[in-house]
Design a protein around this ligand. Structure first.
Ligand SMILES: *Cc1c(COP(=O)(O)O)cnc(C)c1O
Length: 498
């Protein structure tokens, strides 16, 4: 299996190369040359397997340049007791036929663990194949969930280091605490005076600085990133949709071959794109339902075929979806356009220059066959949390609540009774203040830990251990620096590591 670029027809690279590189040289994204397929009997054969074994079978289809032992090693390290449930991804029921796929049982309580627990292992194997004898230095700019999930994934992984920068006042208290107490001998965390864009620009400046690259190269270090356009993050996300389907068959909730809907709270379009790939591979899926918060650029796009980022940006209570440019959409449009790189170059050129493009009629009609899209503001999100908790005693986080609300709209609008899986992307305690307020509490004047303790009392649910334990952990990283000092901070850290 080779990977090609969405922006240059001529490029073909192996899986390991795609993972080490992240992005194709001309700026395109790597996509599989030809999607592998899964038959009904393939799916049935997964039913009695563990999550790690299911992951092994799917990865084998995509990473044909990896040996079986290499893949087995990666999945065993990634999906074990670092998750708080043996099933890795747990399925909860609301009503008959409505299932919540809990993707947050990993060490940071958000769905990004599903991919970032395995990416470091995929990356070290890939590096051995493509850039042997090099150490990999990961750089991350984060506005919250990604930084912590990447730190947990890369901590103490041999041959790697990780440096994370976050905006001093741009993350929640809990997120800050989670990062500042990070354990591991190869990790560096630092706050930056400025906003997320400053952090992002600072990281980009390090990546493009030839002097730094040369200096590091002499020491046998290459820089890499862990962001969500890397194929090594997408592939693990395909696994949980196929695994969930197998699990529903095993639990006699569905028959093999029966179609399901999948609802996904969407930001950068990575999670829902994985569901699309699973469908294209042969998983019986009816509609893909794309749920957005007030930053509803995708809702408009799926409805009209016009992508327009020229609009107000809202800071919401579902911050991991506060995004106006969804990078992974490029992969979907590449496939829907019939893999026409010239169309992709045209549209994404326009996006860069004018912030706006319109896709062809063909792509529009494919979009509306495959997807339903809807959005939801903060007060609707809170109302959804309250309603779901009162009806089913099930407490959702703010992102999952957006999906729940949009699914309700879909059902009312279409009358479709197809069984449905809602992707749940974070534990509710990760966004404790908003969730507490949704169920009628007030967090005014009390700290993050007091809030989640009250939420626990009020709802009879429990604070997950990884969040509770940060209370008593040592704060290791107190640094706050100017953006201009970021290169120096990274180089100093890497020098100490040697
Ligand atoms: C990252 C994230 C999302 C958005 O996922 P995408 O793959 O970027 O669409 C949704 N919810 C939570 C909690 C997240 O951390």
């Amino acid at each position: 299996m080779k990977y090609k670029s969405t922006r240059n027809e001529k490029i073909r690279v192996a899986g390991a190369q795609a993972i080490v590189q992240g992005l194709s040289a001309e700026g395109g994204l790597f996509v599989p040359e030809k999607l592998p397929s899964v038959s009904e009997s393939d799916i049935l054969s997964l039913c009695q397997k563990s999550y790690a074994e299911r992951a092994f079978e799917i990865f084998k289809l995509f990473l044909t340049d990896f040996g079986d032992e290499e893949i087995r090693n990666c999945v065993t390290k990634a999906y074990g007791d670092n998750f708080d449930t043996e099933n890795i991804a747990e399925i909860s029921h609301l009503l008959t036929g409505t299932y919540i796929l809990e993707l947050w049982h990993g060490p940071t309580c958000a769905f990004k663990d599903m991919a970032l627990q395995i990416l470091p292992h995929l990356l070290t194997v890939s590096a051995k194949k493509t850039v042997p004898d090099k150490k990999i230095a990961i750089l991350v700019a984060t506005s919250g969930d990604t930084g912590k999930a990447a730190l947990e994934g890369f901590k103490d992984v041999e041959g790697t280091t990780i440096s994370v920068f976050y905006p001093e006042d741009g993350v929640s208290d809990m997120q800050k605490r989670q990062m500042a107490t990070q354990e591991g001998g190869n990790v560096f965390v630092c706050a930056v005076k400025g906003n997320f864009d400053d952090c992002q620009n600072g990281v980009k400046a390090i990546f493009t600085d030839k002097g730094i690259a040369e200096e590091l190269n002499k020491k046998g270090i290459i820089l890499s990133s862990a962001n969500s356009i890397n194929w090594g993050r997408l592939c693990p996300q395909i696994v949980y949709y196929i695994s969930a389907y197998a699990e529903l068959i095993k639990n006699e909730e569905i028959k093999c071959g029966e179609k399901i809907n999948i609802v996904v709270p969407t930001g950068n379009f990575g999670n829902i794109l994985a569901a699309y790939y699973a469908k294209e591979m042969g998983l019986p899926v009816n509609k893909l339902i794309c749920a957005s918060n007030s930053n509803n650029v995708l809702t408009d796009f799926i409805k009209t075929g016009i992508y327009d980022r020229n609009r107000e940006f809202y800071t919401t209570i579902s911050p991991s979806m506060d995004i106006l440019i969804s990078s992974n959409l490029e992969r979907l449009l590449y496939h829907l356009s019939g893999e026409k790189t010239e169309e992709i170059n045209k549209w994404f050129g326009l996006l860069k220059e004018q912030g706006k493009y319109e896709v062809s009629q063909d792509v529009k009609s494919r979009l509306s066959q495959l997807f339903y899209a809807g959005c939801c503001n903060d007060s609707e999100t809170k109302a959804a949390i309250k309603e779901c908790f009162e009806s089913y005693s099930y407490l959702m986080d703010t992102h999952t609540a957006v999906a729940y609300k949009v699914y309700g709209d879909y059902k009312r609008e279409t009358g479709d009774n197809t069984k449905t899986v809602i992707a749940s992307t974070a534990n509710p305690y990760k966004f404790g203040a908003a969730v507490y307020s949704a169920v009628g509490g007030s967090s005014e004047g009390i700290d993050e830990f007091a809030v989640i303790e009250r939420l626990e009392k009020k709802t009879g649910t429990s604070i997950p251990l990884p969040l509770a334990s940060t209370k008593n952990k040592e704060v290791r990283f107190k640094g706050v620096i100017e953006r201009e000092k970021m290169p120096e901070a990274v180089v100093d850290f890497l020098n100490e590591q040697k």
